[in-house]
Design a protein around this ligand. Structure first.
Ligand SMILES: [Zn+2]
Length: 56
């Protein structure tokens, strides 16, 4: 479990159960579903992922 710089997916996240959020844990279950080709660094002005909030 490790915190990491903010990242998000370039796609809309309806398939992941989270919409328009950013992640800041590299082991977030939602964040881990982001495909490499869609991975983008930064928060992109999105709110923080609920899963990442629980991870700390
Ligand atoms: Zn997350």
């Amino acid at each position: 479990m490790a915190k990491c710089p903010p990242y998000h997916t370039a796609t809309n996240e309806t398939a992941y159960g989270q919409r328009n959020v950013y992640h800041d844990h590299d082991d977030c279950p939602d964040g881990r579903q982001i495909e490499d080709k869609n991975w983008r660094s930064g928060a992109n002005g999105r709110p923080r992922c609920d899963e990442c909030k629980q991870l700390g």
